[in-house]
Design a protein around this ligand. Structure first.
Ligand SMILES: [Zn+2]
Length: 281
């Protein structure tokens, strides 16, 4: 029988990485072009517990980027969460997968006890709400998004970002990614946005950055000393750089939003410390 727990090729992650990953719970909100990539990669690295939330069924226009989807899924209008579950189980049959074909606000039971929350949603307002939920439950939040902007008659700029924020530390409002101005502009554009362009390779790059940030959080291979991460992808030149926008922001400042420092907790780090302490006993 195939050994489906052979992680020898990623043993550099640390002696307890396999166990940590098998124990960790992740929630992915949005199982489209970005979220489906993240789900697939997290299954490959050996994450043991998934919670998947998305209200939508697949449509023909999703097939240009939705990882694991088939033309038969389009014919059957398979739920996106079911496609992601099938992808995960096909890689790791032992993974526990809970799904909700619902808006994430109606599935908070799949968020509140998770260890890391991935947001793959459209729009600034949804991101703000989702990060607020992550703060409420004391969970690290990893967000990805891409945009295509027409900046000339025949010229399009492809761009994206991956942002990781931690409870109590600078949030997307602190960093200047979410501003009253861009939230208000989005509200005014509502209903007039049209089709949001999305492509598989850009989504794949952003998903890989998100999974990399996650791996730095959960496994000991790379000491994560940053209080946040904001990487910007220039999709035209295919470069990834740390955003310069928060350069004047005091990196150790406590976040004054989302209720400030009250009610904070980080179950994720406790998990790791407990395991490391066990090993020394
Ligand atoms: Zn803040």
């Amino acid at each position: 029988m195939t050994d489906d727990r052979d992680f020898s090729r990623q043993s550099f992650l640390g002696p307890y990485a396999e166990e940590l990953l098998a124990d960790v719970r992740v929630t992915i909100v949005g199982l489209g072009g970005g979220g489906s990539h993240i789900a697939q990669q997290l299954a490959h690295v050996g994450v043991g517990h998934f919670r998947l939330i998305d209200p939508d069924d697949i449509e023909a226009s999703n097939l240009n980027r939705l990882i694991g989807a088939t033309s038969a899924d389009v014919d059957k209008a398979t739920a996106k969460v079911d496609i992601a579950e099938r992808t995960i189980k096909g890689i790791r049959s032992w993974a526990s997968v809970k799904t909700a074909k619902a808006k994430w606000q109606e599935a908070d039971h799949l968020i509140r006890d998770t260890n890391v929350l991935f947001g793959c949603v459209d729009g600034y307002q949804q991101r703000d709400y989702l990060e607020t939920a992550a703060r409420r439950f004391g969970i690290p939040y990893i967000d990805i998004g891409m945009d295509v902007t027409k900046i000339g008659p025949e010229f399009y700029a492809v761009a994206g970002q991956m942002i990781m924020t931690l409870p109590g530390r600078p949030c997307m409002r602190c960093l200047g990614f979410l501003t009253p101005d861009n939230l208000a502009k989005e509200e005014n554009r509502y209903g007039d946005v049209g089709i949001n362009p999305q492509v598989v390779w850009t989504n794949g790059t952003l998903a890989s950055l998100a999974v990399g940030a996650f791996m730095k959080l959960v496994t000991p291979w790379f000491a994560n000393t940053e209080s946040f991460t904001w990487l910007e992808l220039d999709g035209n030149n295919q470069t990834v750089t740390a955003s310069e926008q928060p350069q004047y922001f005091p990196r150790e400042q406590q976040c004054p939003h989302h209720g400030g420092a009250d009610g904070l907790g980080d179950p994720f780090y406790d998990l790791r410390k407990t395991k490391e302490n066990d090993s020394r006993a």
